[in-house]
Design a protein around this ligand. Structure first.
Ligand code: PXP
Length: 252
C-alpha cells in the first residue's frame, strides 16, 4: 500500500464557542479558517448543531463562500440538516450522533442499529455530489454497515484512544489500526478524529490507511498560548513526521 500524505481538517467550532460567549462577531470562525489555510490545513470542518451552540447557519454559508479549502460539514441525520446540506453543498458531510445534553460528540454513530433511518441521509447528498462520511467507533460491524449503506468514507472516533492511558491506550491504538485496515479493504476512505493533541496524534498519523484527520478543540485551546497559525503548523509537522517515519519503516 502506498502511504499518501495525510490531510488535516481543522475544526473551527470552538472559535465560534468563544464568540458566542459574548455575542457579537469576534472571534470570527471564518477568519480562523483562513488562518488554517495559510498554516497548511487541507480542509475546514464545522459542526452545525441542532442547538446552534457554536457554529451558526451564517458561518456555514460564509465558510462555503469565502474560504477556498474544502468544507466538511458535520451534522446529525435530521431533515433540517439534510435540507441545509443540500442547499449549501459542502464538499463532504460527516454524519454524527447528537445529544442535546452532551458537551461533545460522545461516541460514534450506531450505523448498525439505525441503518434504515440513515439510508436517505447517505443517498440524497451523494446524488447531489456531496461525499458522505459516517463517524463510527472502530468496529468491524460498523464498517461493514457503512459499506453496505454506500457511504464514501468512515471517520473513526479516536476519543477512547486519546482518553486511555498505558496499555489501555496501546489496545485502543490496535483497534484503530485494525479498523482502518478493515475500512480500506472494504473500499472505504478512512478518516479519524476526536480529542487528538500534540501528544496523541503521532501513532494515529502513522496508520497508513488513514487519509484525513479532523482536529479542533486542542488546536483552538493551544492557540491561546502560541497563536492559531503556530498550533496548526506544529500539528501539521507532527503529522507529516509520523507519516514519513511510518513510510520509512514500511519501505526499509
Ligand atoms: N471529528 C468529528 C466527527 C467530530 O465530531 C469532532 C468534534 O466536533 C472532531 C472530529 C474534532 O474533535 P476535537 O474537537 O476533539 O479535536
Amino acid at each position: 500500500m502506498t502511504i499518501r500524505k495525510l490531510r488535516l481538517g481543522v475544526n473551527i467550532d470552538h472559535v465560534a464557542t468563544i464568540r458566542n460567549a459574548r455575542g457579537g462577531p469576534h472571534p470570527d470562525p471564518v477568519r480562523a479558517a483562513k488562518v488554517a489555510a495559510d498554516a497548511g490545513a487541507d480542509g475546514i470542518t464545522a459542526h452545525l448543531r441542532e442547538d446552534r451552540r457554536h457554529i451558526s447557519d451564517d458561518d456555514i454559508r460564509r465558510l462555503k463562500d469565502e474560504v477556498e479549502l474544502p468544507l466538511n460539514l458535520e451534522m446529525a441525520a435530521t431533515a433540517e440538516m439534510l435540507e441545509i446540506a443540500l442547499a449549501t453543498t459542502p464538499n463532504a458531510i460527516c454524519l454524527v450522533p447528537e445529544k442535546r445534553a452532551e458537551l461533545t460528540t460522545e461516541g460514534g454513530l450506531d450505523a448498525a442499529a439505525h441503518h434504515a433511518q440513515l439510508a436517505p441521509f447517505i443517498d440524497e447528498p451523494r446524488a447531489a455530489g456531496i461525499r458522505v462520511s459516517l463517524f463510527i467507533d472502530p468496529t468491524q460491524v460498523q464498517i461493514a454497515v457503512a459499506q453496505a449503506l454506500g457511504a464514501d468514507t468512515v471517520e473513526l472516533h479516536t476519543g477512547s484512544y486519546c482518553e486511555a492511558v498505558g496499555s489501555a491506550r496501546a489496545a485502543e491504538l490496535t483497534r484503530l489500526q485494525t479498523a482502518a485496515r478493515e475500512a480500506h479493504a472494504h473500499g472505504l476512505e478512512c478518516h479519524a478524529g476526536h480529542g487528538l493533541s500534540f501528544e496523541t496524534v503521532g501513532p494515529v498519523a502513522a496508520i497508513g490507511e488513514l487519509t484525513e484527520l479532523n482536529i479542533g478543540h486542542f488546536l483552538i485551546g493551544e492557540a491561546i498560548f502560541g497563536g492559531l497559525e503556530s498550533s496548526i503548523r506544529r500539528m501539521r509537522a507532527l503529522i507529516d513526521n509520523a507519516r514519513a517515519e511510518a513510510h520509512g519503516r514500511r519501505s526499509a
